[in-house]
Design a protein around this ligand. Structure first.
Ligand SMILES: Cc1cc2nc3c(=O)[nH]c(=O)nc-3n(C[C@H](O)[C@H](O)[C@H](O)COP(=O)(O)OP(=O)(O)OC[C@H]3O[C@@H](n4cnc5c(N)ncnc54)[C@H](O)[C@@H]3O)c2cc1C
Length: 323
């Protein structure tokens, strides 16, 4: 898998021209990459080229990038670790933004209540490790979810009966108008695997309420959760986690398994024999293989039970070809 070259101005015919490229390089310097294969930036290891990928390290850079893209009417999309994302093989016409550096730091306010504040680009496993070292409990359920803080807030990530909704205190959001807004828990419209925010809003930071515990207690819970994940999830293959949302009072995995689709393959994609709500990339899967399997699962479950499975993963891109 090649590393996307920084700063190079490629020749592929896309919707951004030389002037746009120069402007992006001016804002994010070497963080601007052009014609990037996105497969290496998603946990599915699938995805065509993005016209550009901007690694943004500072809030001011993020604000300038977003303002520029909005002004120039260029489509953009924020990517965390790409762990709930399917990018079609036709690629993404526009700019993908990934936050890191100062936008992926972490701090604690232990004065009154133990609260942890983390940048939207921080990986969840780094957040959990930090909390374990400090003896801060409450976020253990996030261990093993291979996303970022921003992605977890946007998706209301959850596991083992807990969700981000239950632990978030406030978030800082950058609006497409370039305004930085703080939103408190009571103002946030969370639902199952979703947070309703105005389109193109970016979660820049989030504060979580923790509970002071011993380091041993936190570490024990973390290890237990990791063990349970390993036993039930096909972690040996690239995937995007659960493909479908669980229907009310049921599990998408159970329904797909009952439909007899465990182990079903299309091209390089396979419905996991270990967990039927996971589609795994066995090597050379294309987005269309995954989409075909998704269609098959949806159709079979509907025929068998009348239940229509709703997609949990986010699917983007693909205009350049019919993937
Ligand atoms: C092996 C495996 C296990 C998983 N287990 C779980 C699980 O137990 N529970 C669970 O809930 N999920 C699970 N997932 C799915 C996924 O990890 C989560 O949904 C995660 O929260 C996505 O975070 P991300 O940073 O990778 O977001 P991405 O996949 O990059 O993006 C997902 C969505 O979030 C948006 N987004 C990302 N960052 C931001 C931001 N800063 N501001 C605004 N929007 C943003 C994107 O635009 C996109 O719409 C699993 C995935 C895998 C591969």
């Amino acid at each position: 898998m090649g590393v996307c070259p920084s700063g190079s101005i490629g020749t592929l015919n896309t919707m951004i021209d030389k002037r746009h490229k120069e402007a992006l390089i001016k804002i994010v310097g070497k963080g601007a990459r052009f014609h990037c294969s996105m497969a290496q930036y998603t946990t599915f290891r699938i995805g065509g080229e993005a016209d550009a990928l901007c690694f943004v390290e500072r809030l001011s850079e993020l604000q300038q990038t977003v303002s520029y893209l909005v002004r120039e009417n260029i489509p953009f999309f924020i990517v965390g670790k790409g762990s709930n994302l399917l990018i079609r093989n036709g690629g993404f016409e526009g700019i993908l933004i990934i936050m890191r550096g100062e936008l992926a730091t972490i701090e604690t306010d232990e004065e009154n209540t133990p609260e942890v504040t983390a940048g939207g680009g921080l990986g969840l496993n780094a957040l959990v490790t930090y909390c374990s070292q400090k003896g801060l409990g409450g976020l253990e359920f996030l261990v093993g979810i291979p996303g970022t803080v921003g992605g977890a807030v946007a998706m209301n990530a959850g596991a083992f009966g807990e969700e981000v909704e239950g632990v978030v205190e406030s978030i800082q959001v950058l609006t497409p108008q370039g305004k930085l807004e703080t939103k408190y828990r009571s103002e946030l419209a969370f639902s199952y695997r979703n947070l309703s925010l105005p389109e193109k809003s970016i979660v820049v930071r989030a504060s979580f309420r923790c509970v002071q515990k011993s380091r041993e207690m936190v570490s024990r819970k973390v290890s237990d959760y990791l063990k349970r994940r390993k036993a039930t999830q096909p972690l040996e293959y690239p995937s995007a986690g659960s493909i479908f949302r669980n229907p009310k009072n049921d599990s998408a995995g159970r329904l797909i398994e009952k439909a007899g689709l465990k182990g079903k393959k299309v091209g390089g994609a396979m419905i996991s024999p270990k967990h039927a709500n996971y589609i795994v990339n066995t090597g050379e899967a294309k987005a269309e293989d995954v989409l075909t399997l998704m269609g098959l699962a949806r159709q079979k479950v509907k025929e068998d039970t009348g239940i229509v499975l709703e997609t949990e993963i986010r699917i983007i891109g693909g205009k350049r070809e019919s993937a």
